[in-house]
Write a protein that binds this ligand. Structure first.
Ligand SMILES: Nc1ncnc2c1ncn2[C@@H]1O[C@H](COP(=O)(O)OP(=O)(O)O)[C@@H](O)[C@H]1O
Ligand SMILES: [Mg+2]
Length: 280
């Protein structure tokens, strides 16, 4: 991770000492982070910890009070309107609740960004819509309206719309809200696959623990507006951060499961050590 730190040639996002408040209430306090390319970068934390505000700062919907956000090494605050517009076209967003247009079909919903930002003709646009629909396993759903499809399918349409312009950056705010655990996992897997396949810098806000364990390559844990912990899903098991543990392993059952897993992993490490000793 350190290796990325000074290499701004990558399509990554760097956050430096971001602070954001509303009135006299500070909501984001001196948060610094690197969102890595080709990875799912997770922002986790309880409701109200500042995840959405941080994400809105990242995409430029909120102006931070201080600090800087770099896209590919370029400071967001120094971008002119033209550069910001260009950046906007490289950003895909999956909003909470999918935010589809109810009066438009699936096809029209996904075509919308193409209508807005490209000069492609209808046949070209339809080809691209069908490509992304296929990618999210929703072939033949073109003519359906949002009201006619399930919550999981709506998310898939939302993802298809978010990636239709081939974004470099993908932002998903609580992609699993309102979904059952199994469908949530499918959506997580899809987001992760797409991230790797297209080498996207993906940022996901979540408080879903399955997501964290499944997709969390690079996790930022927010606690009351502060970055309390940072690491990977593998490191979470061993973390001694009390607040993080209370958040992740909220129930006694999960706390026991964590202890078991730690013992198991420790057993493996000790075993390997013994083998190393024997080989010496
Ligand atoms: N537009 C706003 N004006 C004032 N306060 C806000 C605004 N947006 C968010 N907040 C406050 O910022 C804090 C963090 O909110 P948010 O980022 O939405 O939390 P999360 O996404 O982690 O649930 C909350 O206390 C919330 O009330
Ligand atoms: Mg939120």
């Amino acid at each position: 991770m350190i290796a990325y730190k000074n290499d701004r040639s990558l399509k990554m996002i760097e956050v430096k000492d971001i602070r954001k408040g509303f009135g006299d209430k500070i909501v984001i306090q001196d948060v610094s982070a690197i969102m890595q390319t080709g990875k799912c970068n997770l922002i986790i934390g309880t409701s109200g910890s500042g995840k959405t505000v941080l994400m809105k700062c990242l995409v430029g919907l909120f102006e931070p009070d201080s600090g800087e956000i770099y896209y590919d090494g370029q400071p967001l605050s120094e971008m002119n309107d033209e550069q910001r517009k260009e950046l906007r076209q490289q950003i895909g967003m999956l909003f909470q609740g999918s935010a589809l247009f109810d009066s438009m079909t699936v096809e029209q919903n996904i075509m919308f960004p193409l209508d807005m930002f490209t000069k492609k003709n209808y046949a070209e646009k339809l080809k691209r819509v069908n490509e992304v629909l296929d990618r999210v396993n929703l072939k033949d759903a073109n003519q359906k309206f949002p009201a006619e499809i399930s919550g999981g399918m709506k998310k898939r349409v939302g993802i298809a719309r978010a990636i239709v312009l081939n974004p470099k950056y993908l932002f998903c705010d609580e992609p699993n809200s309102g979904l059952d655990p199994q469908t949530s996992l499918l959506i997580d897997k899809l987001i992760k696959e797409i991230t790797i396949e297209y080498n996207i810098t993906t940022v996901v806000n979540t408080h879903d623990m399955n997501s964290v364990m499944e997709t969390g390559d690079n996790i930022i844990y927010m606690y009351q507006g502060l970055k309390e912990w940072e690491g990977s899903n593998k490191e979470i098991i061993f973390s001694k951060n009390q607040r993080l543990n209370d958040f992740i392993f909220a129930s006694d059952f999960l706390k026991d499961a964590k202890d078991m897993r730690m013992l198991e992993m420790k057993g493996k490490i000790d075993n390997n050590r013994n083998m190393d000793e024997q080989l010496k």
